[in-house]
Design a protein. Structure first.
Length: 132
């Protein structure tokens, strides 16, 4: 029986800590969501003073990046270049800040960041994925 790589809770905590550190260095208030390879929520972090609307957006970004196996920035760039079909695809979030989490080239989960400008969400997500 073949084994596949998985995203553990320890991985999720390490990723979230790195993302939170990047957000903290910049004094950005964000929600951090991490889902497994099935798109199910594994970890969520939101500061007490972060707008609550960011929670569902972060989860949706994490889910979308697993569903489509690419960063949400791909859809953002597509929409900005006029390929509006991305707006009609179920579950697409055309905003940077969602990135797939890979191990050995396999998508094992997704990370979603929401709370600041799209490019800043992406910066935080990059810091998180670097911890994996």
């Amino acid at each position: 029986m073949a084994s596949k790589p998985v995203l553990t809770l320890e991985d999720a905590r390490r990723i979230a800590a790195a993302a939170a550190a990047e957000a903290g260095r910049n004094e950005w208030k964000v929600a951090i969501a991490i889902v497994d390879d099935g798109g199910h929520l594994l970890y969520l972090q939101r500061g007490h003073d972060t707008q609550f609307g960011t929670v569902e957006t972060a989860i949706a970004k994490a889910h979308a990046t697993v569903a489509f196996q690419r960063p949400t920035k791909v859809s953002e760039d597509a929409v900005l270049s006029g390929r509006l079909i991305h707006l009609a695809l179920p579950g697409v979030i055309p905003a940077e800040g969602g990135v797939p989490l890979l191990r050995d080239g396999v998508v094992i989960g997704g990370l979603g960041i929401s709370g600041v400008r799209s490019v800043q969400d992406g910066q935080i997500a990059a810091a998180g994925t670097n911890a994996l």
